[in-house]
Design a protein around this ligand. Structure first.
Ligand code: AG3
Length: 430
């Protein structure tokens, strides 16, 4: 770049003619496409605002670090007018341009490129004050939005600490204002440093303190290590197998969440990088006392690929008194998913062997989440709870959430959830 043409940013103005008329009238499509286009630059996206106008127009803006992308569409003319502004000499707005041209199916376009902030017209750097400018910290919001018209917003600082597409999913790490570091999988919050203890302690200690003697433990998709950390607090445990398909989760947790991944090198723990389907097919009958499935959402965007055969194999692999614990979504946020999950377990274990318990999860949308407790034999989460043992355990390990009162209270089910669970008719349970 020579002295005359060097600039701080590039600005490309595009007119996309003869676009696909349905697409340019669809605000959801425009939003998704704009964010995808912004991601092609590699510059972090701060926010996206979209408005639709009657009868056929959409206006939108994506704000990125010192860059932006705006769009105005005229549905009646199959036309979209777009600004692509990217900072940095090496930035490339043309990938954004291509992405939009393809997505909008524009057959004809015109483009102008401008340099912004012509370098030789700006003061030479050596004339700037030696002290760095005081930049006021401005936080932005991360929105974890459900497809059901609801979501969670959490304020983040310092930009994105890590973003990568693994073989299986998009992983991101942010530093939040209130909850410490946060891990996202495909845009959904999985853990935050400051509230993960609720989910992990309750998921693990509820079955352990009602099972008489759990020794052999299987964890499926718990690569961040939170479940393993809690499991390994129990001295009865002889062996823990952790099945995780995505090695990148393990690496990310070790790097950014040392307090969650702290037990991943424990000598009793065996980590296998696989999704569990074939492992479960081949595992010996009755070989595990507790199985934990710490999956992303049971259905919807973060859906896991476990099919009926996998769950049948879980049943087979459990010992006589074995317990299967899975996260079972938010019944108010995703009632249909919730219902489907319980339908499956009722079929497999029998209705009276399946119990639902609640936990408070400030950083999962709705703030209230459930686990399912499915018992193969006669272990019951309440009648088999040893309160003395639970109390001692909680004190000895200085737990932040679990205690015998929490254990009992967790199984209190509000009427609207009872209606879903008890309303599952025998024909649903086939
Ligand atoms: N596992 C899944 C939590 C559910 C997240 N869903 C959501 N935010 N919609 C958490 C992994 C912790 N080990």
């Amino acid at each position: 770049m020579n002295r005359q043409t060097a600039a701080l940013a590039k600005h490309v103005l595009v007119e996309y003619y003869e676009c696909n008329s349905d697409k340019i009238r669809d605000p959801d499509f425009i939003e998704k496409t704009m964010i995808e286009a912004a991601h092609t630059t590699g510059i972090a996206v701060s926010d996206c605002v979209i408005h639709s106008f009657a009868p056929w127009g959409v206006s939108g803006a994506v704000v990125m670090g010192e860059s932006h992308l705006t769009i105005h569409t005229w549905g009646e003319f199959n036309f979209a007018s777009v600004d692509l502004y990217t900072c940095g000499e090496n930035s490339d707005p043309w990938q954004e341009f291509n992405h939009l041209a393809k997505a909008l199916e524009s057959k004809n376009f015109s483009v102008m490129e401008f340099k912004r902030g012509i370098r030789h017209l700006l003061p030479p750097l050596e004339e700037l004050p030696k002290e760095p400018f005081k930049v006021s910290e401005r936080l932005s919001w991360y929105h974890d939005l459900d497809p059901y018209g609801f979501g969670l917003s959490i304020q983040v600082k310092d930009g994105c600490l890590m973003k990568k597409q693994s073989k299986f999913q998009k992983l991101e790490v942010y530093n939040t204002k209130k909850y410490g570091k946060m891990l996202l999988q495909d845009g959904k919050v999985q853990i935050t440093e400051h509230d993960e203890f609720v989910y992990h302690e309750m998921m693990v200690h509820v079955p352990f303190l009602s099972h008489p003697n759990a020794k052999r433990i299987l964890i499926v998709t718990g690569g961040d290590g939170g479940v393993a950390r809690e499991v390994l607090k129990h001295e009865s445990v002889e062996k823990v197998v952790l099945l995780e398909a995505d090695e990148a989760i393990i690496e990310t947790s070790k790097k950014f969440f040392p307090s969650v991944s702290s037990a991943l090198d424990h000598p009793k723990l065996e980590i296998l990088i696989e999704d569990g389907t074939s492992y479960m097919r081949e595992a010996a009958e009755g070989s595990f006392d507790i199985i934990f499935i710490d999956s992303p959402d049971p259905m919807g965007p973060g859906v896991t690929s476990f099919d009926d055969e996998f769950y049948k194999n879980c049943f087979k692999v459990l010992s006589e008194d074995g317990i299967l614990i899975t996260q079972s979504a938010s019944p108010s946020g995703a009632p249909n998913e919730f219902k489907e999950v319980y339908k499956k377990y009722y079929n497999l274990f029998g209705k009276d062997k399946v119990h639902c318990f609640f936990v408070e999860t400030p950083t999962y949308s709705t703030g209230s989440w459930t686990f399912s407790y499915c018992s193969k034999g006669s272990v019951n989460p309440l009648t088999n709870l040893s309160e003395k043992r639970a109390d001692d355990f909680s004190l000895r390990h200085d737990l932040k959430c679990y205690n015998p009162e929490m254990h009992k209270a967790a199984f209190a089910v509000p009427n609207y959830v009872r209606d879903i669970l008890f309303g599952l008719k025998s024909e649903d349970i086939s």
